[in-house]
Design a protein around this ligand. Sequence first.
Ligand code: ADP
Ligand code: MG
Length: 256
Amino acid sequence: QEAEPGELVVSGLTVRFAGLTALDDVDFTVAPGSVHAIIGPNGAGKSTCFNVLSGVYRASGGSVRFGGAELTSLPPHRIAALGVARTFQNIALSRHQTAEDNLMLGRHRLTRAGFASAGLRTPWARREDARHRARVREIARFVGVDEHLAAPAGTLPYGVQKRLELARALAMEPRLLLLDEPVAGMNGGERRRMAEVIARARADLGLSILLVEHDMGMVMRLADEVTVLDFGKRIAGGEPERVQRDPAVIRAYLGA
Ligand code: ADP
Ligand code: MG
């Protein structure tokens, strides 16, 4: 059937490591412009799923289609070029570079010659650099890190670093955002702030968002749809309220 832009269709996704099936025949779809949450106990295969979607791990079987393109055989930079951006469970910023330079790195896929190598020698390179910097500042305002742009990323408070990572992903102008535990380790205020930014990324930018999250309050508030994994298998899925009451989900979380 005809693929919609921004739609992610995962079918029969299987990932095997030596002696372990981390994902076992998993199906789910992320509708364009929706927030889809993947939840499940530790070791369920959530990060593995993200690593396959972003090209870090190879699938052992199944398919991942994004807006009609098959992603499973593509390297990370090709997947990024198709409009899929991600954040990591553990912060992966360039600590000694400024927040602004971290965001400029996020724009890399959009630059033709590469503004760094161009060295701003030509008027064209200077104009391009100014254009990208202006956009990066706009995105920084959008996520609320604009007053931190000049600081080395590693010196910023944890909550700000997490939002900076989200900003870096947004700097790639993606259509699909993969967020791996965006509020892990945050306090209540930081959580609310991040949740508000994610909600606006969907509402104002029209992004499709796939979210791995442990905080059930966040999932209930943000997600249109939920997929539940346990030991690599999809054990439930659907609307958040219904999934939360699903006996199989309750059993998985209680370890019964
Ligand atoms: P989650 O993010 O849901 O906590 P993961 O996707 O990180 O779970 O892990 C799922 C399972 O796959 C775990 O048993 C984990 O130890 C295993 N696993 C993840 N990555 C690798 C790897 N690179 N090599 C071997 N096993 C891995
Ligand atoms: Mg994980």
